[in-house]
Design a binder for this molecule. Structure first.
Ligand code: FAD
Length: 350
């Protein structure tokens, strides 16, 4: 007899989306999360009054699963509202693609030509149908709010092994009729050797502060040449990201680079001396986004056998929406099976 109907391993967007649907449908679900809080790659820190997201995370009201939570308004969603193209390109524009490619490098954390066209289409659609923006208390406030109604989440409990219907962690072995692996892609391939290995892109986001106001109309810049791919005066978009009178800049690079290269790029992008800007945070995320190469289907199977599931952005497409979609797909299949078996049991008891 299993202790739970379902165990979800990982409380990132995919695991949270699955656990919410499962618990709402009455499926007894335990969530095991290795870190001390929910969110996975969508987290924020509050340091000396500055909100630092773990990387430049933008919310898009065109993502159905983000929108359908109803949380954007409650969490103070503020869109980028400046003009049709809400960014400024730094560098010599030689062709129309120089306008959009550098922006998309910031979305895919790689050259967009490396990404399957179906993924690019989904992302373009989300930008056409919605608006991109930031949340008042940072990106992590979204995953905190998603996790809030979920009962039975064990934080600081890493799953090490899956044997049939049981999961072994640092502290215990639990059993369930369904097991959902909702970890990052690299851990998923360690827990489930049968799934294919996923290559990951990496990125580093640098946070600098300054006392100077930024020039009007240029708060989001994408960079054609140099180490930084973009730089955003993030507190100018969402003032709650910095104390009054201070300016917080979030800037992203893809390769390992020195801080002096970053400062040189910042001066070029913002047109001022940045030597006195203080570096207050640096998030090097080695496993930022799964590579979704040409030819890979938009969605990979989430069900590996009757009771074993794998979800996350690597089973859909690399995005918040993709991660949540994979979680919802798995939850739907588990709920269907639970409903079927419960009605069979009721029938047998009559
Ligand atoms: C810098 C950056 C910027 C991004 N910007 C955007 C953006 O603007 N828009 C967008 O749509 N997407 C963006 N993304 C992508 C998006 O954040 C991810 O696609 C999504 O968050 C992935 O969610 P997930 O649940 O699949 O995985 P994860 O977030 O990786 O969650 C996995 C969870 O599993 C836990 N875990 C791992 N191993 C174990 C274990 N053994 N036992 C228990 N728990 C475990 C982890 O601690 C983690 O909480 C960005 C990503 C990065 C890194």
């Amino acid at each position: 007899m299993s202790e739970f109907d379902c165990i979800v391993i990982g409380a990132g967007l995919a695991g949270l989306a699955a656990a919410r649907d499962l618990q709402s449908a009455g499926v007894a679900t335990l969530v095991l999360e290795g870190s001390d809080r929910p969110g996975g790659r969508v987290k924020s820190d509050l340091i000396d009054g500055y909100r630092l997201d773990h990387g430049f995370q933008v919310f898009n009201s065109g993502y159905a699963h983000i929108k359908n939570t109803g949380l954007l308004k409650e969490l103070g969603f503020t869109p980028f509202v400046q003009g049709l193209i809400p960014f400024r390109v730094v560098g010599k524009i030689a062709s129309p693609s120089d306008l959009i490619t550098p922006f998309l490098r910031g979305v895919f954390l790689t050259n967009p030509s490396q990404v399957d066209h179906k993924v690019r289409r989904e992302i373009y659609r989300s930008f056409l149908h919605g608006r991109a923006g930031l949340l008042r208390a940072g990106a992590g406030s979204f995953t905190d709010a998603l996790a809030a109604p979920i009962s039975d989440i064990h934080y600081g409990e890493t799953a090490h092994r899956i044997d049939g219907q049981s999961v072994t962690t640092d502290y215990a072995t639990y059993s369930a009729r369904h097991i959902v692996v909702a970890t990052d892609p690299v851990t998923a391939t360690q827990l489930l050797p049968e799934i294919e290995v996923v290559r990951m892109n990496s990125s580093t986001t640098w946070y600098h502060i300054s006392d100077e106001p930024i020039p009007n109309g240029s708060r989001f810049a994408v960079n054609l040449h140099g180490a930084l791919i973009n730089s955003v005066a993030i507190s100018d978009i969402q003032p709650s990201y910095a104390p009054a009178g201070k300016q917080l800049f979030s800037s992203t690079s893809l390769n390992i680079v020195s801080e002096s290269e970053i400062r040189r790029d910042l001066s070029n992008i913002w047109g001022r001396d940045t030597t006195r800007w203080e570096l207050i945070g640096r998030y090097e995320i080695r496993q930022s986004l799964p590579v979704h190469p040409q030819g890979k289907p938009l969605y990979s199977a989430v069900q590996l056998d009757e009771g074993l599931f794998v979800i996350g952005d690597h089973r859909a497409y690399p995005s918040q929406q993709g991660a949540m979609e994979s979680g919802k797909r798995a939850a739907r299949k588990i709920i269907e099976r639970e409903v079927r078996e419960r009605s069979l049991n009721v029938g047998n008891q009559r």
